[in-house]
Design a protein around this ligand. Structure first.
Ligand code: H2U
Length: 354
């Protein structure tokens, strides 16, 4: 260990600022000096696909409806939606401690592929491109009516994913949820203060520093954010043109997004030789009748991957005690996580190795 008093981010405890959320995170890299073999443990046993999975092509769902024999992506209304299109308004209170507002919305499930045995990294770029195109269509359609369209994929039991068929969910709401509201405020404040888009400037600096970049192509960069909270958290950012929403993407950006998603998720799976669990999703400028395209120069569209695994396929990071009661904490630095991911094979998936 470097015993000198000079600060070294890879050795010495410090807190880092997340300007997107106005939050701090405690980084404790000295705890990584605990021995870590770095080897991969055997992956958890994967179950064979359930022939009656309700998300499969041709299967009967919980509400008795039969899915068509779809061959690409397929979107259907969630049979157990958390948000409904209509509902009575809650009574208004004039007391600041008892505020309630109306919440309207709709929830959909989007199957990525008819085959239950595949996941995004095992799909072809063309198949992932169909997913990207459907994400854009859904955002376009729902964004006309709703303020926020949240696309998210929960992958793996450990993330509470209830169904192993490759799919994501789309929840569109009449209100700005907390994450979107805080990011909107922080980016707006930054833009007002510096006359620059926070994430455009951040990406420029990251591309110069190159310390936290995991992989890039001509259109996108995947990096571990300086302020990452989850051990192998990444953000995928567009290099060109500053798209604010998924609906701003041109054909090249859509194709590039499909490519980088495949490469990044292949790295993830290869890191611990397992189907890497995560929650991922997109954040872009708010939508709805109040927000017309191009009116949010403080926003840059980005994807976020939040995976819980820490040391192996079976050792996950818990965000519990200190994290729940004080603030997020990590051991591995974002730079170390980026290096590990950079060094992972992204061309051959471990399941396809000879
Ligand atoms: P998760 O795996 O991320 O939980 O998503 C699966 C969703 O699919 C879940 O929200 C829905 C569940 O409500 N679903 C249906 O809408 N119909 C079904 O027949 C099974 C599951």
């Amino acid at each position: 260990m470097n015993k000198s008093r000079e600060f070294n981010a890879a050795e010495h405890q410090h807190v880092r600022y997340n300007p997107l959320k106005d939050e701090w995170i405690l980084v404790s890299p000295h705890r990584c000096l605990r021995p870590w073999s770095g080897h991969s443990e055997p992956p958890p046993q994967e179950q064979p696909p359930d022939p009656n999975n309700p998300l499969k092509a041709g299967a009967v769902r919980a509400n008795g409806q039969r899915n068509p024999n779809y061959t690409s992506t397929y979107v259907f209304p969630n049979d157990f939606p958390a948000l409904l299109e209509r509902g009575p308004e809650p009574p208004q209170s004039d007391h600041p401690l008892f505020q309630a507002r109306q919440a309207r919305g709709t929830c959909r499930v989007m199957c990525f592929h008819p085959n239950s045995a595949v996941s995004i990294p095992l799909m072809s770029v063309e198949e992932i491109l169909s997913v990207v195109e459907e994400w854009v269509n859904q955002t376009k359609e729902l964004g006309r009516r709703y303020t926020w369209v949240q696309i998210f994929e929960n992958k793996g039991n450990v993330m509470g994913c209830s169904n192993p068929h490759p799919h994501c969910q789309i929840w569109a709401s009449s209100f700005l949820p907390n994450e979107g509201r805080i990011k909107d405020r922080c980016q707006k404040e930054y833009y007002t203060k510096y006359n620059k888009t926070l994430l455009v400037e951040y990406l420029e600096m990251e591309m110069e520093k190159k310390e936290r970049i995991v992989i890039q192509n001509t259109e996108w960069v995947a990096l571990v954010p300086y302020w990452a909270t989850w051990p192998f958290e990444t953000m995928v950012l567009p290099i060109n043109g500053g798209p604010q929403r998924l609906t701003d993407l041109n054909d090249q950006q859509k194709k590039g997004l499909a490519e980088i998603i495949k490469l990044l998720t292949t790295k993830y799976d290869n890191l611990f030789s397992c189907s890497f669990p995560y929650s991922m999703g997109f954040h872009g400028a708010p939508t709805g009748p109040d927000h017309t395209a191009g009116d949010s120069p403080h926003w840059l569209l980005h994807a976020i991957y939040l995976p819980p695994l820490l040391r192996s396929a079976t050792v996950k990071k818990f965000m519990v005690g200190y994290e729940m009661l004080a603030q997020s904490q990590r051991d591995l630095t974002p730079e170390q996580a980026a290096e590990k991911l950079r060094n992972c094979n992204h061309l051959v998936h471990y399941k396809n190795k000879q």
